[in-house]
Design a protein around this ligand. Structure first.
Ligand code: ISL
Length: 561
């Protein structure tokens, strides 16, 4: 058992624009975060991951950085940041930052210089290519719709942007770029931060020669993930970064790596690799997407057997070799309680159920702001109320393709990133207590019922359930280090597993649906001797026989030994 603090931690993710506004400009800020540190301390979390707070023109809410060593004006100053770090540390909370180095903003001085002329000394900081047959250099589609290439009139060349055209990709083949990045990373680490979440790190290396992706239909743009995801050279770059920079510090590092399975993940996180501690995998985020997961906006119903298959694979392949980062929510995903739970009739029960799952698997649990009070998706009637560049680009492209408005809006309601980005609901006062001004994005209308003040006051709330789950992790080492064994593999509604290490064993029973199935445990499990440690229903402790009915979205955690 290779013990590490980052394995034993619970991480809380803050999306600063939407967390807490202290000055009434409608945008969350660092003083706002500072004012809520005690709330987070009471919740029991160990680490904050704060999404980008650097200077940015905000085309992608801070993921388009124009100065890596300055704080976004709307968020405050470097003094505020230093105060946040000191105040978090004073409460025993660590802080990790978002490292966005696949691209910068098109307003970063490097890009302005690079763009200024073909002979610029910084031309090679980015990826410039000539067009082909009067069009872009190849057919790769951007994550945010359209081509990955943007034409630059004055020079007649195209630059590459995997995300929006305001996010040109850095050229990681240029040693000067790498040196600049290392310098910046050291600068932050020397301030005393505790690690990084590596944004879009799987994409920093692109296929040699930028070949077209195969497409029998000859469309102008096609999904081309294989051309810029998880390519072999990424690993050389990460190992070099470790050797020269990261290994000198005691850090938590987690990479955002879509498009891989656990075997490939081990190339990033295998103990002997010296690259990253963990990665965010996306397989379970594709359960409800069409075309085997590539059609983000085309929906399909998800099923529990597939979830079991994916998560069991990650649990077993990584055990003893690498470490999982477990999540259902983040700033890019719709709210899990609306997506995999039931935000109408069983909001609290299903929010607790999903939490029980994430917190009792092997791996570090990540909680996204608002998840701990059971915040739900939003449904704005008009596209004008949406702010996310991915949503707006998709809307425009889909309209061009003549997809009916209603179909587009339905897709946005269920999958759009703004579902997770509406302001944190602190109380039932106007604008949910998020701001005294006009929020940058509308507050979810359910804030009078769903808010932190109500949740803190109600001992039976989702919030208090999270507190108990987090405390349970601290009390039982088996939750952190135990191995995972799936039970009832073919049960379509109940997800059951044990976690075992040394002499301890836990049993987790989760009914993922509204129906009330009978739970029939295998003979090897002796429930009579078990102690119920946690449940989201009061009556659960009354069942001691081998077969019993589970309540809608019921979750139970037992200690077997
Ligand atoms: O989501 C993906 C595919 O569906 C990923 O491949 C991709 O890595 C992801 O969209 C990247 O997200 C991150 O970088 C973006 C930013 O907009 C997101 O908020 C951030 O999490 C660009 O910086």
């Amino acid at each position: 058992m290779n013990k590490k603090w980052w394995k034993e931690s619970v991480v809380y993710q803050i999306y600063p624009m939407s967390f807490k506004d202290s000055d009434g400009d409608g945008i969350g800020d660092l003083q706002g975060v500072i004012s809520k540190l005690d709330y987070l301390k009471d919740l029991g979390i160990d680490v904050i991951w704060i999404c980008p707070i650097y200077q940015s023109p905000n085309h992608d809410n801070g993921y388009d950085i124009s100065d890596y060593c300055a704080i976004m004006d709307a968020f405050g100053t470097m003094k505020d940041f230093d105060e946040l770090l000191a105040e978090a540390h004073a409460r025993g909370i660590k802080l990790i930052m978002d490292l966005v180095v696949n691209h910068t903003s098109d307003e970063h001085p490097w890009f302005i210089e690079s763009r200024s002329s073909k002979d610029s000394p910084k031309r090679d900081y980015y990826v410039w290519r000539q067009g082909k047959n009067g069009g872009p250099p190849n057919n790769w589609e951007s994550f945010f719709s359209g081509s990955v290439w943007e034409y630059d009139e004055p020079s007649g060349d195209y630059y590459l942007h995997l995300f929006s055209k305001h996010q040109p990709d850095l050229n990681w083949k240029n040693p000067e770029v790498i040196e600049e990045i290392y310098k910046m990373v050291r600068w932050w680490l020397d301030k005393g931060i505790d690690g990084f979440r590596f944004d879009a790190i799987a994409h920093i290396v692109k296929a040699e020669g930028f070949p077209d992706a195969d497409d029998p239909d000859n469309r102008p743009v096609v999904p081309a993930y294989q051309m810029f995801s998880n390519l072999e050279k990424v690993h050389d770059l990460l190992r070099d970064l470790n050797r020269k920079v990261l290994l000198n510090y005691d850090l938590m590092t987690v990479g955002e790596t879509s498009g891989l399975g656990p075997e490939q993940a081990l190339c990033y996180i295998g103990d002997e690799r010296h690259e990253l501690n963990m990665v965010f995998q996306f397989e379970h985020m594709q359960l409800d997407a069409a075309f085997g997961g590539t059609g983000k906006w085309e929906l399909r119903p998800w099923n529990l057997l597939e979830l079991k298959q994916i998560m069991s694979k990650w649990q077993t392949v990584l055990h003893g070799k690498g470490w999982n980062a477990n999540y259902f929510n983040n700033h890019d995903q719709p709210r899990a309680v609306s997506r995999f739970g039931n935000d109408k009739l069983y909001r609290k029960e299903s929010a607790k159920l999903l939490a029980t799952f994430i917190h009792t698997l092997e791996g570090t649990p990540f909680v996204y702001q608002g998840e701990e009070i059971g915040m739900t998706n939003v449904r704005f009637d008009s596209i004008d109320d949406y702010r996310d560049v991915e949503i707006l680009n998709y809307y425009e492209e889909a309209r061009k393709e003549r997809i009916p408005e209603e179909t587009i809006m339905k897709a946005i309601w269920s999958k759009g990133r703004d579902n997770a980005r509406t302001p944190m609901q602190w109380d039932s006062s106007p604008q949910a207590g998020f701001t005294s001004g006009v929020p940058w994005i509308r507050v979810n209308a359910n804030y009078p019922e769903v808010n932190a003040e109500e949740a803190v006051a109600d001992p039976d709330s989702v919030y208090h359930y999270y507190r108990r789950l987090i405390a349970l992790r601290k009390a039982h080492e088996v939750i952190v280090y135990g191995d995972y064994q799936l039970l009832l593999p073919l049960h379509p509604e109940i997800y059951a597993y044990t976690r075992s290490c040394n002499e301890s064993q836990l049993l987790v029973l989760l009914n993922f649906f509204e129906r009330q199935p009978v739970c029939e445990l295998p003979d090897s499990i002796e429930l009579e001797k078990a102690e119920l440690l946690l449940s989201n229903y009061e009556g659960s402790s009354l069942d001691s026989g081998r077969d019993f009915t589970m309540q809608p979205y019921e979750a139970r955690v037992y200690r077997l030994s």
